[in-house]
Design a protein around this ligand. Sequence first.
Ligand code: PLP
Length: 378
Amino acid sequence: MTAMPLNLPEQTLRQRSSMKWRMYDADVLPLWVAEMDVAMHPAVRAAIDEALDASDTGYPAGNEYQEAFAAMAAARWDWHPDPATEIARVGDVMNAMLSMLQGLTEEGDHVVINPPIYPPFRQIVTGYKRHLTEVPLVDDRLDLDGLRAAFAGPDKPTAYLLCSPHNPTGTVHTREELAAVGELCAEFGVHLLADEIHNVLVDPGTEFVPLLSVPACSHAMVATSAGKGWNLAGFKGGLIIRGTDAADKLAALPPLARQSGGQFAKIAHTAAMRHAQGWVDDLMAEVSANKDLLQRLLAEQLPAVVYRRAPGTYLAWLDCSALGLENPSLHFRTKGKVALNNGSDFGPEYGQFVRMNLAAAPELITEAVTRMASSLER
Ligand SMILES: Cc1ncc(COP(=O)(O)O)c(C=O)c1O
C-alpha cells in the first residue's frame, strides 16, 4: 500500500499562510507557485520537533546534510560525490547560483540561459550587472547548435546556467545532451553551472542524470537542495557540489556563501533525504497520474490548449495561444478563479503560456480545468 502524499483537504490547505494559498482571495483555486499540497513527512517533523524540544536553534555544524545527499546520490544515481571535499552547505539554491556567478564571472560578462526559464535565472544575471545571452529551448529541448553559436558568438559568454530538470517545461535532459553541453563548455571556456533542485522529481521509470556523474562535465558546478522534492522551501537551505575537476571553482565562492545556511534547513533537509526517499517516489506516481489526468481533461474541455507532457517536475507548461486571449493567466484568474503562473515571467515572448502546478489533489486539478473551460464560455 503506497502513501498518498497529495490527499490533504482544501480546507486544511487554506489554513496555510504561505504564498500559494495566501496570495489570492479564497474563491481562487491556487495552482501556481511551486509549493506542494502535501503534509510534512513524519520523519522531518520528528527531527524538527526534537531540535525544538532541545532549543537547538543555533548555527548549523557538521557534514550531515552533505552526507545525506551523498548517500542519496549513491543509492539513486550510482553517483559518488565526496561529502567532505566536493559538497558545501549554502543558504539556498538561487543564492548558490548567484554566488557561483559572483565568484566565477565579472560584471559586464554575458551569461547564457535557456528560456522559458524559472524567473530568478534572469534576475541573478541582470540584477547583478551581468548580461543575458538567450538560447531558447527548441521543442522543449536544449538547442545544442544554438548553444555552440552563442558560445562562439560576439557576446563571449563566460557562464551557462542550466536548469536540470527544466522549470517550467519539465524537460529531463539526456546523458547525451549533458555530455554535449559539458564538451561545448570545455571547448569555449564557459563555466557550466547547473540547478538540480528538481532532481528527484521525475516520473516513475524516468532516468534523471546528475550532471556531475557525466565524465565530460567534471569541470561543472551544481546547486541543489531538498527544498523542492520534499516541499521544504520554508526551511531555506542548499548545497553546492563541485565536479571532480572543479576544486578551484568551489574555492572561488564568496566567503559568506558557505555561512548562510540555517540550522533548521540542515536538520529538515537531512531528515528528508535520509528517511523519506520512498515518499517522494509515491508522490511522483501521483503527480504522473495527475499529468495523465490533465491531458484527458484538456482533450475533453480545452482541446485548443497545447500541453506537451514531460517527465520532470510537477509543473505543466500550457500553450494557450489558440484561445485568442490577451493575457491567459490574468483571464483564468479573474474570470475562472484559477491562479496559474503567467508565462511572460519565464520570458517576455511566453505571454500566451501558463504554468500549472500539478502537486495537488486530482479533484483540485479537475475543478481547475472545469473553471478554466467555463470561463471561456462566458
Ligand atoms: C529551478 C529552481 N531553482 C530554485 C528554486 C528555489 O530554490 P531556493 O528557494 O532554494 O532558492 C526553484 C523553486 O521553485 C526552482 O524551481
